[in-house]
Design a protein around this ligand. Structure first.
Ligand code: SF4
Ligand code: SF4
Ligand code: SF4
Length: 316
């Protein structure tokens, strides 16, 4: 059977070490999926594959051992998952229309975790809607708070949840639990002065732990949701590095616009001779310089008043 490997990979199937066999790759934006979809994955694995499933590092699934001739059948069976997860598709029953931009991954967020400052699944799905399908190699991950369980700082775009804690002094009993916790575990942004807690907003990283610690709910999360956008982290054999802060106290809409702008920037600057036509975005930024990336990324972005944009970024 003649296989067009480029087409195969674009359709989210993998070239595997086993001749004539492929692996189907399944996107799960935010890593959250209704359990009923697992039955379909199980069925595909049993019927077409070798009866096993791999949970990928990007929170998708990979079903190995599928003979290439079954690709159209597998695509048909994947249809209800693609629809259930509301993934943009070009034509029904044809599987995924792209695989370049990796599955948007996320920690469990405020569906479950008390530390989370937002619903990571919802944001991941909003992002997926805006950016997929896309062939460029971009990795995005969302994490509900600075604990960064998803390792957002190892991605091209890492989105870290923040809150701007609000204090109601009349509720405060002066136990200083919040002050001690912030000092020990976070940044020491709180002080107890004149029977009230004072917050140094320059030092505060918006983690929201003071809110969780307070026994009287004197601290609450702000209605406004904020994020820290960290960029151009990467793993891989060539110069791995941790993502650096780009915009702090940014809103969701601006993040989505920045990422969409980045696809235009990649289109303009990608190395047309890159092996397989693929170049990771961080290497493009290394080539053009951060200032050129910044110019493209912030085009028509209307940042809120609180947002702080880094004037320059130096990666190690
Ligand atoms: S990063 Fe924060 S919100 Fe997400 S799972 Fe970890 S502790 Fe919870
Ligand atoms: S949000 Fe975090 S850093 Fe800010 S005051 Fe509360 S505990 Fe400290
Ligand atoms: S934990 Fe709550 S009650 Fe205790 S000092 Fe902080 S704000 Fe006041």
């Amino acid at each position: 059977m003649d296989i067009n490997t480029k087409k195969l990979k674009k359709n989210a199937f993998r070239v595997t070490k086993e001749r004539g066999k492929t692996a189907a790759r399944i996107r799960v934006p935010g890593g959250h999926i209704e359990s009923k979809h697992l039955r379909i994955l199980q069925n595909i694995a049993d019927k077409y594959g070798n009866g096993t499933l791999h949970i990928t590092t990007r929170q998708g699934f990979e079903i190995p051992g599928i003979p290439m001739k079954y690709i159209p059948d597998v695509n048909k069976e994947l249809q209800s998952i693609i629809e259930g997860l509301e993934i943009n598709q070009v034509s029904p029953n044809s599987g995924y229309p792209a695989s370049g931009t990796r599955n948007v991954s996320a920690c469990i967020g405020n569906n479950v975790c008390p530390f989370a400052n937002y619903n990571t699944t919802k944001f991941a799905k909003n992002l997926e809607k805006a950016i997929f399908p896309n062939d460029y190699h971009v990795k995005i991950a969302l994490t509900g708070c600075p604990n960064d369980c998803i390792k957002a700082r190892m991605q091209d775009f890492g989105i870290i949840g923040m809150t701007d804690p609000e204090y109601e002094a009349y509720r405060c009993i002066g136990c200083e639990v919040c002050v001690k916790n912030c000092k020990k575990k976070v940044t020491g942004a709180l002080k107890f002065e004149n029977y009230k807690v004072k917050r140094d907003s320059e030092k505060c990283i918006g983690c929201g732990e003071c809110i969780l610690k307070c026994p009287t709910s004197a601290w609450t999360r702000s209605n406004e949701r904020y994020y820290k956008l960290v960029i151009m982290g990467r793993t891989g054999k060539k110069r791995p590095r941790i993502a650096k802060e780009f915009v702090t106290w940014i809103d969701e809409k601006s993040i989505i616009k920045i990422i969409l702008n980045t696809y235009d920037y990649i289109e303009k600057y990608i190395d047309k001779d890159a092996p397989g036509g693929k170049e990771h975005i961080g290497y493009i930024v290394d080539r053009t310089g951060f200032q050129e990336f910044k110019k493209w990324a912030l085009k028509d972005v209307e940042l809120g008043e609180k947002a702080i944009v880094e004037s320059n970024i130096y990666w190690e």
